[in-house]
Design a protein around this ligand. Structure first.
Ligand SMILES: [Ca+2]
Ligand SMILES: [Ca+2]
Length: 444
């Protein structure tokens, strides 16, 4: 049978279904709002996927050893009137490679017979692995009902093409197997996580089809369906919604609140930085692959950092006023921050009231603080004082909040507001008049 006859058979079947009132007049998927391909993590012993299905968490030990991660592609759609599904998936990291190991083509027999029960209570026995586009015929036999599924594995891409075919007219139905489109997966496969993969986020994504130079779609991810029920076959190509997945490789130790490992000074402070400037204990977390954290309060002295005797004045002379003292380690393992960067102990110093880091406090700083306060008051999002790193933003906040000196960007309840700006203006005016102002006299 050629493809045209096969699809015409399907059109006849769709027509019968339409007459029975169970099927839309036009069965073509017209746009991505109607149909989605959904890449989801599947549970295995080496890792547990979180309740949030778009992420797979991999624990530290599994990442050290390397793990075979199991994924499935599901369809979210209203009806199984699909003619062709082309999928191309890509990995954004050499640490994640598509693996042919364990791949099971759903149209081939597995050799292992099992019994399954559908949501309506129907039971059947088969040595196929049931999938969303399979069918039961009137004898109750499970049939894959596809001309074929082909998969091409490359380390950084996986191409899968599913072809429509109804091999048995008994099985003809616009319903997905099990009645729900994502009751069964469309296809399942493995991805190899390389041994020693560092903590971080890695992505597996569908690569969408694009119009080529000849007007034909460049074959990546699209679906086609039949838009003229009972008439000539007319396949409509649609780029569906594509729901990707993030693989999160967890560190062994993580610091959840970075502010506690930052030390901030004003450049006119006396003395040198010593270990006593830091809290005696630091809270670090040990994340697990089920999404929970074990909290550990560890002595600062166990974090592997030598605190050198730099004075705030010396530090203040550097361009940014920010100095990295070293990376935190605990029991020989690096401690990571919440962005999966190795966590650093940072010392920072600046001139009080100098929001723009030019070494002096004047009207420019006051207006910058005022703008910031106004934007925050207007509930604007992602308002920033300084362009750059979180460290620099935190230092800018500390310098701008002249009456509160918040070291936590206001999380301690102290805020930047119009009062701070007016203190800055007074300070600048007295300084301009050569009065050698002191902040304690201005703030009172
Ligand atoms: Ca300034
Ligand atoms: Ca303030």
């Amino acid at each position: 049978m050629n493809a045209k006859i096969l699809t015409s058979l399907a059109a006849l079947g769709s027509c019968a279904a339409m007459l029975a009132g169970t099927f839309p007049v036009s069965a073509a998927y017209a746009g991505p709002e109607e149909i989605a391909l959904n890449l989801r993590p599947m549970t295995e012993d080496t890792q547990i996927h979180s309740a949030d299905d778009s992420r797979m968490l991999v624990g530290h030990d599994a990442a050290q050893e390397g793990a075979l991660l199991h994924f499935a592609v599901y369809i979210e759609a209203d009806y199984a009137d699909l003619a062709y599904i082309s999928m191309k998936l890509g990995s954004d990291s050499e640490y994640l490679t598509f693996s042919e190991e364990g791949y099971q083509n759903p149209t081939l027999r597995t050799g292992e017979t099992r019994t399954y029960t559908l949501p309506d209570g129907t039971s059947f026995t088969t040595d196929f692995q049931p999938y969303c586009l399979g069918k039961l015929n009137s004898q109750g036999d499970y049939l894959p009902d596809s001309l074929g599924v082909s998969a091409t594995f490359k380390p950084d891409t996986l191409s899968i093409n599913w072809n429509y075919s109804y091999s048995d007219t008994d099985a003809l139905s616009p319903q997905f197997f099990g009645g729900i489109s994502d009751y069964y997966s469309l296809v399942e496969f493995n991805v190899q996580l390389a041994p020693g993969t560092p903590p971080g986020e890695y992505h597996l994504s569908f690569i969408p089809a694009e119009p080529g130079i000849t007007g034909q779609m460049v074959q990546r991810t699209y679906i086609s369906s039949d838009d003229s029920v009972g008439k000539e076959t007319n396949l409509v190509r649609t780029i569906p919604q594509m729901k990707d997945v993030t693989v999160v490789v967890l560190p062994e130790y993580e610091i959840l609140d970075r502010t506690q490992i930052w030390r901030m000074h004003f450049t006119d402070e006396e003395g040198t930085l010593t270990q006593s400037d830091f809290p005696e204990t630091i809270r670090i977390a040990r994340p697990s692959a089920d999404g929970s954290y074990e909290m550990l309060d560890v002595p600062f002295s166990s974090l592997g950092i030598e605190v050198p005797g730099t004075t705030p004045a010396e530090l203040g002379k550097t361009l940014t006023g920010i100095r990295t003292l070293g990376a935190l380690t605990y029991e020989g393992s690096p401690v990571y921050d919440t962005d999966y960067r190795e966590s650093m102990l940072v010392q920072m110093a600046g001139v009080k009231g100098d929001v723009n880091f030019d070494g002096k406090c004047n009207a420019n700083d006051a207006s910058q603080a005022l703008f910031y306060a106004a934007k925050v008051g207007a509930k604007q999002k992602n308002v920033r004082l300084a362009d750059g790193t979180p460290e620099k933003e935190t230092l800018a906040y500390f310098l701008a909040d002249v009456d509160g000196a918040s070291r936590t960007r206001g999380a301690d309840g102290s805020a930047i507001n119009a009062k701070d700006a007016s203190y800055m203006l007074v300070y600048a005016a007295r300084n301009g008049a050569g009065l050698d102002p002191r902040w304690e006299d201005i703030i009172g």
